[in-house]
Design a binder for this molecule. Sequence first.
Ligand SMILES: Nc1ncnc2c1ncn2[C@@H]1O[C@H](COP(=O)(O)OP(=O)(O)O)[C@@H](O)[C@H]1O
Ligand SMILES: [Mg+2]
Length: 309
Amino acid sequence: MQPVISIQGLNKTYASGHSALKTIDLDIRKGEIFALLGPNGAGKTTLISIICGIVNPGEGRVQVAGNDIVRDYRAARSKIGLVPQELFNEGFESVWATVKFSRGLFGKPANAGYLEQLLKDLSLWEKRDARIFELSGGMKRRVMIAKALSHEPEILFLDEPTAGVDVELRRNMWEMVRKLRERGVTIILTTHYIEEAEEMADRIGVIRKGEIILVEDKATLMRKLGKKQLTVHLQHPLHALPDALVRDDLSLRDDGYTLVYTFDGQRDETGVAELLQELAQQGIAFKDLQSSESSLEDIFVSLVSERSE
Ligand SMILES: Nc1ncnc2c1ncn2[C@@H]1O[C@H](COP(=O)(O)OP(=O)(O)O)[C@@H](O)[C@H]1O
Ligand SMILES: [Mg+2]
């Protein structure tokens, strides 16, 4: 299937000389929730801002629903709704006027029915006549989302949608994003909360220092996540694993004192007992055992630190 967003060889160097994106290649599938996960300063907002036409791209090509973001700017932009990281709202306008105005900016004909449904979906209908400054923080955020969706975009970008948001609002936000996806909207969200990517995404991309270092289906990532490790500290160092112990899931660290056994923590048969028996048969004595479970957090941290060495 044709990707809804296609990014090829995109880079970006700011006027300051800072290289914020280094040759990004990424396809976003129609109808998916894609989480772009990365630490602060990784380039998430820069990437989104380029796709949305707010920041000029460097080299490379970006297409949105088949439209080049530079050559066919208007067509590309009309497919997109953006909820920016920095929220700002016109304080004295009513909710209704603000959202209606946003739709008008895209040259869309008035459609009171659509806007009414949108405000109802976002639990803002009762507040349609309230002025923005009267609203709670959570409602203001929902107004930003209503504005972003006012022109019926196919793609919604949410840049750190739950940064600094309380737990309940975060849950509401996740719920709302899922509902949008059910309606066929493609959603790209950025976050530095691993938990959020884990909860929401169909696919997860990890960005670090302007490079995408991993893109994977969440389910695949979760399977890796189900892995446990048993670390065996030996009494005496080994130069190599004895033939009887050579296998994919067992490795000897360079120090010769440490064996690492990786197994599926979700299965009943972990193989730990068998491994310990084999060690005994080989006359390998150990002084300590440690077991640990890898989480998305570990995967993330190890990915991020591996590349920094
Ligand atoms: N307008 C700008 N001029 C110069 N450098 C910038 C500008 N905007 C962002 N940067 C730098 O680019 C890098 C990526 O920033 P950003 O895309 O905001 O990251 P993220 O959203 O992942 O936190 C950071 O080092 C940031 O300081
Ligand atoms: Mg950002």
